[in-house]
Design a protein around this ligand. Structure first.
Ligand code: GLN
Length: 300
């Protein structure tokens, strides 16, 4: 499954593909990322077009297939990460498929927040960085992997309703050698009923987009990413409401509740946590773009 192409031939195609990208409002950097992932050309060689001088370049897939992948990117707006089957997230390269949401850069911060919150708690309660942590709606496994990496003593429980997503998450864990993650298929906390009162923390990036807004998202998202991972019901908060009401049964006293949400939802979610009555230290956290993106709380 390899092919040979001359540097000149590849250069000519890339130049035409770059023009296509510009015309279609697709970041031209995505083309180079695809060339790096699928052919293994290095970034500098692409930037300086050094590859043009190479008489022959060994491709990991037939050139025609590469051209076809790019055609799909442009014509049907398939996200480049699905075409490459991979994305980078924190310090990981993760496998992705259309069965899972492509992990977003802003979600990377949820791991640092979990670490900071756990550090504060560890001052009062030893063993907070160990113990049991849960990632509800794990998708590609990104958050579970981030937690396992951040808390080397912890056992991480990764749950998803989709068995296809779990298969991807499991492959990612195996590939990264993170063996302290247990995977479960099911609805939110339901598969980990035996851990009631035992969780040090729960982290989730649940579906939170209001149903009527899904069609308005960029076509890469609305046409290709799993709606199961996006659609949060009429006001986007269906899943978050479930996480607010179910978590107190599972978190130990002092345990952390940490959830990602959409711009404009933070105050409502903070009110839901107050009204539930089992939480203290409710905090809203902005992401690097300054958007209120996460809410955390501590189980009383
Ligand atoms: N952040 C994602 C987006 O912008 C949505 C993820 C989610 O619903 N949890 O499309």
């Amino acid at each position: 499954m390899v092919d040979l192409v001359s540097g000149e031939e590849l250069w000519l195609w890339r130049r035409q593909a770059q023009q296509q990208a510009i015309a279609q409002d697709i970041p031209a950097a995505e083309l180079d990322w695809l060339l790096q992932e699928m052919i293994g050309l290095d970034r500098l060689s692409l930037r300086l077009e050094l590859f043009k001088e190479q008489p022959q370049i060994l491709l990991r897939l037939p050139f025609a297939e590469l051209m076809q992948l790019w055609e799909q990117r442009v014509a049907t707006r398939v996200p480049v990460q699905y075409l490459a089957g991979a994305t980078t997230w924190r310090n990981f390269v993760l496998r992705v498929s259309p069965a899972v949401l492509i992990p977003r850069p802003e979600t990377e911060e949820i791991i640092d927040l979990a670490k900071d919150l756990a550090k504060d708690l560890a001052k009062q309660l030893a063993a907070f960085q160990s113990g049991h942590w849960a990632d509800l709606g794990t998708g590609s496994g990104a958050i579970a992997l981030g937690l396992a990496d951040a808390f080397p003593e912890a056992v991480v429980h990764a749950i998803d309703r989709s068995s296809e997503a779990l298969a991807i998450a499991q492959q990612n864990a195996e590939q990264l050698g993170l063996s302290r993650i247990r995977f479960y298929q099911g609805d939110w906390f339901e598969p980990i009923a035996s851990l009631q009162g035992n969780l040090s923390g729960m982290v989730s990036n649940p579906p939170y987009i209001p149903s009527r807004l899904i069609a308005e998202l960029q076509p890469e998202v609305s046409r290709h990413e799993p709606h199961l991972a996006l659609d949060g019901g009429a006001d986007g908060l269906d899943c978050i409401r479930q996480l607010v009401s179910a978590a107190p049964l599972y978190l130990k006293s002092g345990g952390i509740w940490l959830v990602e949400l959409m711009q404009g939802q933070a105050d409502t979610v903070a009110q839901l946590l107050v009204a539930q009555g089992s939480y203290r230290q409710i905090q809203v956290h902005a992401d690097l773009a300054g958007i209120d993106r996460f809410v955390s709380a501590t189980r009383i």
